[in-house]
Design a protein around this ligand. Structure first.
Ligand code: AMP
Length: 281
């Protein structure tokens, strides 16, 4: 496995990959890697000749400076995990390398940008769009891998690819969960053992809600029930629980759309967690 800190060095290596007509898979991450990230690496390895993982805690997608400061960093462990999981190339740029000047370009995504995560984290998707388009330009991967864990981000990137005409095959991987159902997340590192156990209720509430919805219960009453579940949990604060279509992420109450997502954001102590479950009609 080779690790690169600069665009120049990475580009030299990628030129060799392209010259040999090998396919490449990019897995963009913010580090503090866990089995969720590694599932993307595994999928890339099974579909591409060369797997590239980027590790970059992108400051432009954090609307909360404290969240950025406290984001877990475990680079040595990340590199060991990637090596033992067969990753070929790792790109670990500095902020200066990715943003030599303060970016002024504005990428906006229309309605999807202002729903759910976009509404609760203003500027978040602009930052995501900026870093991912920069990574696509630098790396020009054949395929790029993203998790359903960040379902709205996935569709933001789909829009970026479709509207910019970027030549990359977008791949989506299912959510990897802890044994208690909690979606794996780098932010879980910041939970106490008690909070981690308690946070299992997030996925339980999603599963319960999905069952109710598919058996015909109307969303508003499911939503109220979910709100009640979290009112009964000390130290947990439900930020949103919504049923949305996955085009613009606007709220829906029925199944006219092909793919529906139940999306949730919960603050567990000081840690903000998101999760979702899909319903197909
Ligand atoms: P992050 O490092 O949190 O920016 O995540 C990097 C990529 O890993 C994103 O595409 C995420 O959606 C994906 N990811 C994060 N957690 C999980 C998980 N539990 N299961 C599957 N993919 C995940």
């Amino acid at each position: 496995m080779k690790t690169f800190l600069t665009i120049e060095d990475l580009t030299k290596e990628l030129n060799l990959v392209k010259a040999s007509e090998k396919t490449s898979g990019l897995v963009p991450t913010m580090g503090a890697l866990h089995q969720g990230h590694l599932s993307l690496v595994k999928q890339s390895r099974s579909e591409c000749d060369v797997t590239i993982v980027s590790i970059f805690v992108n400051p432009t997608q954090f609307n909360n400076p404290d969240d950025l400061k406290k984001y877990p960093k475990t680079l040595d462990q990340d590199l060991e995990l990637l090596e033992s999981n067969g990753c070929d190339l790792v790109f670990v740029p500095s902020v200066k390398e990715m943003y030599p000047t303060k970016p002024e370009l504005n990428i906006s995504f229309g309605a999807i940008e202002n729903a759910l995560e976009g509404e609760h984290r203003p500027g978040h998707f602009e930052g995501v769009g900026m870093i991912i388009s920069r990574l696509f330009t630098i790396i020009e991967p054949t395929k790029a891998y993203f998790g359903q864990k960040d379902i709205q981000q996935f569709y933001i990137i789909k829009k970026l690819i479709d509207e910019m005409g970027i030549h990359v095959d977008l791949r989506r991987a299912p959510i990897v969960r802890e044994s208690n159902g909690l979606a794996m997340s780098s932010r879980n590192e910041r939970l106490s053992a008690q909070e981690r156990a308690q946070a299992a209720v997030i996925y339980q509430s999603l599963e319960q809600a999905k069952q109710k919805i598919v058996s015909g219960v109307k969303f508003p009453s499911v939503q109220q029930e979910t709100e009640r579940i979290f009112e009964g949990q000390s130290g947990m604060d439900l930020e949103y629980f919504e049923m949305v279509e996955t085009k613009e992420f606007s709220s829906v109450t029925d199944f006219k759309n092909k793919e529906i997502a139940l999306c949730i954001a919960v603050n567990v102590g000081e840690v903000r967690l998101i999760d979702n479950i899909l319903i197909f009609s």
